[in-house]
Design a protein around this ligand. Structure first.
Ligand code: HEM
Length: 340
């Protein structure tokens, strides 16, 4: 116990450090004297047989219990069956009033190297020495702590560590600062990329526009694919003709959607009036108009062969594309039928 206390004396507050000067202390530190030299307990003995003498022992105080026989330091202290309550209980005293006789030893102790653990440059040593105990302020000597004598009741132990008062305390100063820029975290977030890069003299390039691979257009409200599907389902005639007709190429070419004429187009032999579908076409009116007045099968299949145009344009069918001769014969037959 005493050896531990002595080994840890650099970490104990001053008032708790064991003193070798006061002979009345209960914890005495034996000294091994060899050839007139004093060996401190913290030092290692060079001889094996002397190790026992280096171990600090708890010995019976010699001066405070007067009139009692002084036991040999080699024996275990015995309890005394005295009921004299006036006997003062020896206490631990660090009074430094009598420092005159042992100054050399004191200097020798102070010059001792600190314990090897923790290391001299370790964080434990930097932060732990000296611990700041909140001792009651007295105007005593530098060795302030006074555990005085006997019948005085011991004051309550002081708080080992004072409460942290400001954020400059050691424990809080290790935290990440909550204000100001963080170290090595780049520019402040409110700065624009141009401002941030201006410090670095880097050329500022605007991000390239995202290519619209599908070339879809923004449809007008009420012209979504679902709106078109609902319009087709309503059964409304969207072809612009009363009956299916034979369409000649001349007729197809004429109805190309210009000059208020309807826009007809052909897919796989069928003629469709695409005029009502123009505002609903996801690819835009312009794309769809490329097929107006002609056969648009190849254009259609090049872009979206997966689209079921026959189902989508079922109410837009005008007729069937025929040759010029067939169309003329068809018109004659039709006129004959009208005569019947
Ligand atoms: C009347 C016949 C046509 C119908 C019913 C039709 C229908 C459609 C539909 C439903 C889409 C959307 C496809 C999707 O989202 O996957 C679309 C997109 C498109 N269509 Fe058409 N289309 C027609 C004719 C044409 C023609 C003749 C062209 C070009 C000459 C064309 C060019 C486009 C383009 C460029 C897109 C956007 C890209 C895409 O979605 O793949 N369409 N069309």
């Amino acid at each position: 116990m005493a050896a531990s206390l002595y080994a840890l004396r650099h970490y104990l507050p001053l008032w708790a450090q064991p003193s070798r000067k006061d002979e009345s202390q209960t914890i005495s530190e034996p000294r091994h004297r060899e050839n007139g030299q004093t060996t401190s307990p913290g030092r290692e003995s060079s001889k094996q047989g002397e190790d026992i003498a280096d171990v600090p022992r708890i010995t019976k105080p010699e001066t405070t219990l007067q009139g009692q026989e002084t036991p040999s330091p080699e024996t275990t202290p015995k309890a005394n069956a005295r009921s004299d309550t006036s006997i003062s209980i020896p206490s631990f005293s660090l009074d430094s009033g009598d420092t005159s006789d042992d100054d050399d030893d004191e200097e020798e102790e102070d010059n001792l190297p600190p314990p090897s653990f923790p290391a001299l440059n370790s964080a434990q040593r930097a932060s732990a020495t000296p611990p700041s105990f909140a001792l009651p302020s007295t105007k005593a000597s530098p060795r302030q702590p006074t555990l005085t004598h006997s019948t005085q009741s011991m004051p309550p132990p002081p708080r080992p560590f004072p409460k942290p008062q400001t954020h400059t305390n050691k424990t809080t100063s290790l935290r990440i600062p909550t204000t100001g820029p963080l170290p090595n975290r780049g520019p402040l977030p409110n700065r624009s990329p141009a401002q941030a890069s201006s410090n670095l003299n880097l050329p500022v390039k605007p991000p390239p526009p995202t290519p619209n691979a599908r070339q879809k257009v923004l449809l007008e409200p009420g012209h979504s694919p679902l709106d078109w599907a609902n319009l087709v389902k309503s059964g409304k005639n969207l072809s612009g003709v009363s009956t299916l007709t034979l369409v000649t190429p001349a007729q197809l070419k004429h109805n190309n959607g210009r000059k208020d004429r309807p826009a007809w187009s052909v897919w796989q032999g069928k003629v469709y009036n695409i005029t009502p579908y123009l505002p609903f076409h996801p690819g835009g009116k312009g794309e769809l108009m490329r097929a107006a007045g002609k056969d648009g099968t190849r254009l259609f299949m090049d872009v979206h062969p997966w689209v079921n145009w026959d189902n989508m344009l079922s109410e837009c069918v005008v007729g069937i594309l025929v040759g010029e001769s067939e169309g003329a014969r068809g018109r004659v037959e039709a006129s004959l039928d009208d005569m019947d």
